[in-house]
Design a protein around this ligand. Structure first.
Ligand code: GLU
Length: 427
């Protein structure tokens, strides 16, 4: 069978309609791009990448670099130190607006140029060159291949970077920039000139979607930092059309003036599009259309309510034991349903089995809630047994329930009686 995923992406490309807008020309080299290029890529968290169109054509990452450099600045300096220098409020201004918060002199957020130049300068390194090296190395780890700077685009942008220079000197006067302003702009311009394909961007987005973890299991960005980055992308990632974007597409995203567009659906997928003509906000015209269509077809919007009232727990009796069979991934709301099931047990010494055989994953909140529930059943006088073949509870204390099979699925440590109870009940 051939997966329909790629057919869908081809349909998506065909459905983009007439292109409109202009290629960015304030960076002279960008004006040489072929305006008809069109590509899309979708990367799953376990490393599958589906592509269609000009998926191997390189373009410069431009502003899509900003969230990643912000992550590195936080890793190097700590979140508090970074927040003292760069705020996280949407500005509503154009990306290169020369404005700072009047009271503090902070750039409004790290997705506009002023904030991005400040974030670049907060990346650790002995000198400007080392900062750039570390940045490109991070991008490469996220993309899963070695990336490099397009020297043509870099030279071209640096030669016309007066506005960014003005921003950097202004940052220096208010004490937000500790390094030489010209060095900061040079480094920032190199960071923007890294060449990528939609394949690379989708994979980088998938790492953000996975809480900072690559498909190979490497935790490249700390989960809390990753969350910070995605939050800022959500409110500030799409230039001055962030509100429009959040309502119509509804996922954290970042666009760049070379025509790239990257979106992240947390916990699910990383997506990238490329088409060089830009709308009046500076976002890829056809890129935005593709994301809008994907939102419609694939239900990406973060604010779409999911039905969490689905029953995840049922109570059955077997040989005098109350068996709570639990199924699915457990988060706060699912754990609440499980606890509600536990409250139906009258205090007493009847045995209770908590059967997690159909649970593959629980987040830390759900785990704590479950263990507290087990502890309380135990305090009520029950003999509690936990069947946890997938190790969902990890190495956690079992809250005074006896773990009847811990490490191996099916068999192993389950005392025969309870193994029978669990499997007989499941049928
Ligand atoms: N290097 C570009 C600049 O600083 C990035 C702009 C963008 O992609 O929004 O102007």
């Amino acid at each position: 069978m051939q997966t329909p995923m790629i057919d869908y992406l081809n349909v998506l490309l065909d459905s983009c309609g007439e292109d409109a807008g202009e290629i960015a020309s304030y960076i002279p080299e960008l004006a040489n791009a072929d305006p008809d290029r069109l590509a899309v890529a979708v990367a799953t968290l376990d490393g599958e990448v589906y592509v269609a169109g000009d998926a191997d054509v390189e373009f410069t990452i431009q502003s899509i670099s900003k969230p990643f450099t912000y992550a590195l600045a936080i890793a190097d300096q700590g979140l508090d130190a970074v927040l003292q220098r760069i705020d996280v409020e949407p500005s509503g201004d154009a990306f290169n607006e020369i404005s700072l918060e009047p009271e503090t002199g902070r750039p409004r957020n790290p997705m506009i140029n002023a904030g991005a130049i400040a974030a670049h300068a907060l990346v650790g390194g002995d000198d400007a060159e080392q900062r750039v090296e570390r940045i490109v190395e991070l991008y490469s780890r996220l993309a899963g291949r070695e990336l490099s700077v397009s020297e043509d685009v870099f030279e071209s942008e640096l030669a016309s970077a007066d506005r960014n220079m003005a921003l950097a000197y202004m940052l220096r006067t208010v004490g937000t920039l500790d390094v030489d302003p010209a060095d900061a702009v040079r480094g920032y311009t190199r960071q923007c000139s890294v060449s990528v394909t939609v394949r690379d961007l989708a994979r980088m987005a998938s790492v953000l979607a996975a809480g900072g973890r690559t498909p190979d299991g490497e935790q490249v960005i700390d989960p809390v930092t990753n969350r910070q980055v995605l939050s800022v992308m959500t409110t500030c990632g799409m230039y001055d059309s962030a509100g429009d974007w959040l309502t119509s597409v509804g996922i954290p995203a970042k666009s760049g003036v070379a025509g790239g567009l990257m979106g992240v659906l947390p916990g699910q997928v990383g997506i990238a599009a490329f088409s060089p003509r830009l709308d009046p906000h500076g976002n890829s015209t056809r890129g935005v259309r593709m994301f809008e269509r994907m939102n419609h077809d694939l239900g990406l919007h973060l604010m779409t309510s999911t039905d969490s009232s689905r029953s995840v727990s049922r109570r059955v009796e077997h040989d005098g034991a109350a068996v709570h069979e639990i199924a699915g991934d457990l988060h706060f709301m699912e754990a609440e349903r499980v606890l509600r099931g536990f409250t139906e047990e009258p205090a007493g010494d009847g045995p209770v089995v908590v059967d997690l055989d159909r649970v593959q994953r629980a987040n830390s909140i759900a785990r704590r809630m479950l263990l507290e529930g087990v502890r309380r059943l135990h305090l009520d006088g029950h003999d509690v047994r936990i069947v946890d073949p997938w190790g969902v509870l990890g190495s956690a204390e079992t809250g005074s329930g006896e773990l009847v099979h811990g490490e191996h699925a099916h068999g192993g440590f389950v005392p025969a009686a309870f193994s029978d109870v669990a499997s007989a009940v499941r049928g």
